[in-house]
Design a protein around this ligand. Structure first.
Ligand code: NDP
Length: 328
């Protein structure tokens, strides 16, 4: 049994509070693999779990953290040897299973994959769930035949985790990226990541019109709502729209015209239950040919005691890029 530090969220009379507490590995849920967590990362879903969103986490007290990189302490299935460097993202980690904002996690072996050899542990958490999701969206554009040299790709929520990684990966692959951002002071930052143009949230056109002028060959959307509706209505004939998030809204106020008049395809993206073979395929690409040269510029690093303040900033929309949480 080991004692360790964890960032815990507590519920009392429908009020949620958080603090760093001491726990023991005996208090962790049953599972196959005990992992000493070295780094985690902060995702939108962690912000929701930390603030008591029951759609993400039903039972409190709880340790959020949907991403983990660390080393195996023991594995009762024998799949992983002690000290193997491993990665876990998604599944139930950090939702209703104690997650990576603690120095140890215990999880089923089929959630665990080896850390790709070309990634350092902090790099793997700069990607984290956001990187896997951005990678799945890029892969969907490629699988739907979106060429790199035939028009612009729109990325919404561009200064966020998924958005900023999508901008950087698409630019690396040679796509012409137009970034939508609500942060007017982030234009230079987004251009440094590879965006050719940065536009404001209002510049997508009137979402109430049945169709808008054709512009996008492909779309990476994490915002949903009227942003996604306007993006779909301005996608070019035969274009592909990928959708993974609801940072703006879970609604989609739309009509069928973009689909039946322009043959636009709308592809849903889920990274949480993504099957292990596809997951490993995307991680291999993230670690090699898709890895942006400026990955470090995308992130900042905090510790457990900084999480509550960073969650507040994330929900207020003032965080840029990715936040890595160091637990070593
Ligand atoms: P972040 O908070 O890092 O980024 C979200 C970005 O969206 C913000 O930075 C902001 O960018 C923009 N945004 C925020 N609020 C609004 C608003 N009201 N209207 C328009 N734009 C807004 O979150 P993540 O990148 O981690 O996640 C993005 C979304 O994707 C979330 O909804 C998350 O739940 C979802 N997600 C889904 C996954 C899946 O598997 N399907 C996996 C990972 C994430 P800017 O200021 O530049 O406009």
């Amino acid at each position: 049994m080991s004692n360790f530090q964890a960032f815990r969220v507590f519920e009392e009379d429908n009020q949620f509070s958080s603090r760093v507490v001491e726990r023991t590995t005996e208090e962790l849920p049953d599972g196959d693999v005990l992992i000493r967590v070295h780094y985690s990362s902060l995702n939108y879903k962690d912000a929701l779990s930390t603030t008591g969103n029951k759609g993400v986490t039903k039972q409190y007290p709880h340790t959020p953290g949907i991403d983990v990189v660390g080393e195996v302490v023991d594995d009762r299935t024998g799949t992983f040897a002690p000290q193997n460097p491993v990665l876990v993202t998604g599944f139930d980690l950090g939702m209703n299973t104690d997650g990576g904002f603690g120095e140890y996690v215990r999880v089923p072996a089929n959630w665990v994959m080896p850390l790709p050899a070309e990634l350092t542990p902090p790099e793997s958490m700069i990607f984290g769930t956001a990187g896997l999701t951005a990678g799945l969206m890029v892969q969907a554009l490629l699988e739907h035949g979106v060429p790199t040299n035939e028009g612009e790709i729109l990325v919404t929520g561009a200064t966020g985790g998924v958005g900023s990684l999508a901008v950087a990966i698409l630019a690396k692959l040679g796509y012409q990226v137009v970034a939508v951002s609500g942060k007017s002071d982030a234009v230079d930052w987004l251009k440094a990541l590879g965006a050719q143009e940065v536009i404001g949230r209002d510049a997508l056109g009137d979402p109430n019109r049945p169709l808008l002028k054709e512009r996008w060959r492909g779309v990476v959307d994490v915002v949903g709502g009227t942003t996604l509706a306007a993006a779909i209505k301005s996608t070019r004939y035969g274009g592909t729209v990928t959708c993974s998030g609801l940072a703006g809204s879970a609604d989609l106020p739309l009509n069928v015209f973009p689909f039946i008049l322009r043959g636009v395809q709308l592809i849903g993206i889920d990274s949480v239950q993504c099957p292990m073979p596809k997951r490993q395929q995307i991680w291999q690409k993230l670690s090699r040919e898709w890895k942006p040269a400026n990955l470090d510029a995308l992130s900042s690093t905090i510790t457990l005691s900084d999480i509550a303040a960073r969650v507040e900033a994330m929900l207020a929309g003032s965080v840029r890029g990715r936040t890595v949480v160091s637990l070593i």
